[in-house]
Design a protein around this ligand. Sequence first.
Ligand code: MN
Length: 725
Amino acid sequence: MQEIFDQLIAKIKKYNKNADFDKITRAYELAREAHKSQTRVAGGPFIIHPLEVANILADMSLDSDSITAALLHDTVEDTDVTLDDIKSQFGKEIADLVDGVTKLGRIPYSSKEEQQIENLRKMFLAMAKDIRVLLIKLADRLHNMRTISSMPEEKQRQKALETIEVYSPLAHRLGIQKIKTELEDISIKILDPIACREIEENIAKKMVQNEAFLSSIEESVKKRLDEAGLKHTISSRAKHIYSIYRKMYTQNRSFDEIYDLFAIRIIVDETVDCYNVLGIMHDMYKPIPRRFKDYISTPKPNMYQSLHTTVIGKAGVAFEVQIRTKEMDEVAEMGIAAHWKYKQNITDKRAGENLIWVRQLLEIQKESEDPDDLMRALKIDMFADEVFVFTPAGDVLNLPQGSTIIDFAYAIHSGVGNNMNGGKVNGRIVPIDYVLHNGDIVEIIRSSSSHGPSLDWLKMCKTSGARNKIRQWFKKEKRDENITRGKNEFEKEIKRNGLSMNDVLKDEIRVPLLNRFSAKSMDDLYAGIGYGGFSLNKVILKVLSECDKQKKQQEPEPAPELAAPEQPEKPQTKNYRGILVEGMDNCLIKLARCCNPLPGDEVVGFITRGFGVSVHKKNCVNVVNNTERDSNQRWVKVSWTQTSESLFTSTLQIVSRDRLNIVADVINLFSTMKIKTSSINARETKDGFTLINVSIEIKSLAQLEFVMNKLSRIQGVIDVVRGMQ
Ligand code: MN
């Protein structure tokens, strides 16, 4: 054991002389003490396991914290050591890492369809929060897989399946080819030993056949590259078992149809050399068409970079050639972990570049972070707006962040939601508005005697799916109640508008009314009003406008030449037509008296009870106050029609210094401008001013502004303002 530990320390010293060896040693001693009564199924004291996990991480040149946490990773789960102990002895950073690894270990697994597996992988990423947690977990799994042969067969298969479905794709996503291939090869041998033995035998046979061939290729390539003055290293190898296996079984090829069984890898110094080497290779051997891939200009999503080509050598044996720089090779093998290697001896500029690389790797689109703080970039928050939880059967559900057990229940099935009485999370009863956390196991308590959802639930759920299903329920289950309630409200309002139900139920009114709301019957309409699907105001407005239309049709059309010009005293409270109401044609309009809007003013409409749409200036106090209180449904968009001959009442207050004849001068101005005044009244204030309030008939905002401008030039006038004061 001490031997393994010494080996570990020596390994770390090679890549990081400044590592915190004191902390690492203390972690080793604590773990050894805590695990001392445990032995491994594979034999030997348990401490071998955390030591080997730490060794795997040291092979990846990871930092002191990762190594320390690796040594401690099983203490909280399996011994008396608590998270607080670790926190007080090693600090929060390491306690968080150990906690993260422990939590990932608790994620249950059972084989699922692909979508479920993908959610499970996302859950790992979402829960890890720090890339190092994933790296420790991967190293943990790798060592467990290396020593799995001592486990019962059934357990081996289960772990192998989980490894191939969850862990090796995670390693792939992080770009750690080295761990990925080893995990896959161990797993596939457990899952399909016969096929694997065949592949191994075939490889061995081919190797014997082609050994001479491969080394001769290596030799001649080396010679050509030396001649060209290209510094390089060459290695050759057979493809790993799982990738051959996958090609054979997913692409249905025979072993002999696998072209790139052998590969030579050429590592050079500079990117430009990669392309030079490629040219030489294609000159020496015949390339197979469409087998060239440039992952240098277009890296894989996990940032893998390399040139790939497949060529045919002497004797017709095809082999793959991979060409890349040393740095690309490290990324290819170690993926995200290669990042620590760079961290050791690099300038700040390079550190920044690597940060970008890490971010791209994780597809995080976040604001730029302090480039000096490498560790911060390792905190992953990839699925910040999602939460992953389990059903009791182990299915993973993916919900928006902030979802409650109500959302969960409806996500399973509306029947589950509608009969929900409560819920349990991780075995404990929780309130119905409990907000779900990653990894929660959620169980919904149902009862057939449940009264159904409550309207409060609408406020507690996060997903529109749940909300819609709750509304649906109210719509369907309470139809009778809704009809009664809706009908009552409707009749009351009809009466208030001086109409009778008999009028409304006539086909001329009823049919367009039902069409407008896509209702099949009056009951449908009442039900809609009852559960709040249609606004009563809009329904009444439609009734009124249809009644209006009917009346119009019965009156004879006035002959065009007799059409009188608009009467100035009329338009205000009558059915004014200079306004368009969005979504409604031909409805009753009145201009609000509180603010007297003029064409040109920005306006909004308010659906009143019984008087059609009342039009206010947008900045009217009543608008500002009401929009906050009232349901938005009653406010509608309105606009002025283009031309209007109507006159509008407008009120002005003129503030003047008190002087003789001021009121007469104001009246004079109006009469010279041919503006009708409907009322004027003036009073003196105690401090020597005259206030004149006047109502005038005005055509437009522009005219009013013109008048106000003229008024303000009258001698002694201090201020002219719109509106009643
Ligand atoms: Mn472990």
